[in-house]
Design a protein around this ligand. Structure first.
Ligand code: HXC
Length: 260
């Protein structure tokens, strides 16, 4: 499968790396790009040999937002009838973990795309922001809602209402990213791939369950979420991987998960 706006590679047999590749427009997220991105990620999600995915951009830009040139002449009737941006939500349906490796600009829809991923690692050059207010609009890819969970109300208001960018260090201090990796070209992708590889070495069923319960916290009350977590935990006792993982511990050996 060859794509026009993304590159897809296998840095490890268990990891798929998707690189946004519209360098001339700083990886502006056009509809055709998003179609390709969904297709590549959904394919990886279905591939039994893949345990986790990594999404990255270039050194200069993870993505500078939705494609403004594509959007600028749209009318309300177009965006409403065609449910503009509906494609973006498909990323949330993936079962396997998706790690964002962010260098350079992650603005507007680019920031929202990173927030849709399960884990964000940032290079020291990363800049996050929601500059939509400067274009006479607001975030439309979940930024206002997901940022609240990540960094709280006051900081979300500041980003959404002033449009200012924050540095990787601020994003880390605010809890929006897991951590800022060391300097050096390609470092953030290297770290993300190595994290993806580690995740891929676990039981895929347990990983899928872990992702499902963590994400459920966004949608449920605490008591519902706790109950859901416990029930999913119970259900893992029906898997071979639970038997293998606990037997391996007791026998002081490495587990050999069969993802069953
Ligand atoms: C289309 C874009 C773009 C974008 C950059 N480009 N961002 N094209 N959509 N979001 C294009 C520029 O037009 C230019 O093309 C080329 O990329 C290089 O950009 P420059 O502006 O020349 O680079 P620089 O001076 O280094 O400035 C970088 C920048 C700036 C600060 C990131 O490009 C910028 O402010 N971009 C827009 C950021 C933004 O507002 N994002 C939010 C979009 S709205 P040419 O052809 O001139 O070389 C959004 C809505 C989300 O995301 C809601 C739905 C998900």
């Amino acid at each position: 499968q060859s794509y026009e706006y993304i590159l897809v590679s296998r840095p490890d047999p268990s990891v798929v790396l998707v690189t946004l590749n519209r360098p001339k427009s700083l990886n502006a997220l056009s509809s055709p790009l998003f179609k390709e991105l969904n297709q590549a990620l959904e394919e990886a999600d279905k591939d039994v040999s893949v345990g986790a995915m990594v999404l990255t951009g270039s050194d200069r830009a993870f993505a500078a937002g939705a494609d403004i040139k594509e959007m600028k002449d749209k009318q309300f009737s177009d965006v409403y009838k065609n449910d503009f941006l509906v494609d973006w939500t498909r990323i949330r349906q993936l079962h396997k973990p998706l790690i964002a490796a962010v260098s350079g600009y992650a603005l507007g829809g680019g920031c929202e795309l990173a927030l849709m991923c399960d884990i964000i690692l940032a290079s020291p050059t990363a800049k996050f922001g929601q500059p939509e207010i400067n274009l006479g609009v607001i975030p439309g890819g979940g930024g206002s809602q997901r940022l609240i969970h990540a960094i709280g109300k006051s900081r979300t208001m500041e980003l959404v209402l002033t449009g200012r960018n924050i540095t990787a260090q601020e994003a880390a201090a605010w809890g929006m990213v897991s951590r800022v990796v060391g300097e050096g070209e390609g470092e953030v992708v290297k770290e993300a791939v190595s994290m993806a590889k580690e995740i891929a070495s676990k039981s895929q069923i347990a990983v899928q369950a872990g992702k499902e319960v963590v994400n459920a916290a966004y949608e449920m009350s605490l008591s519902e979420g706790l109950r859901f977590e416990r029930r999913i935990f119970h259900s893992l006792f029906a898997t071979n991987d639970q038997k293998e993982g606990m037997a391996a511990f007791a026998e002081k050996r490495k587990p050999n998960f069969t993802h069953s």
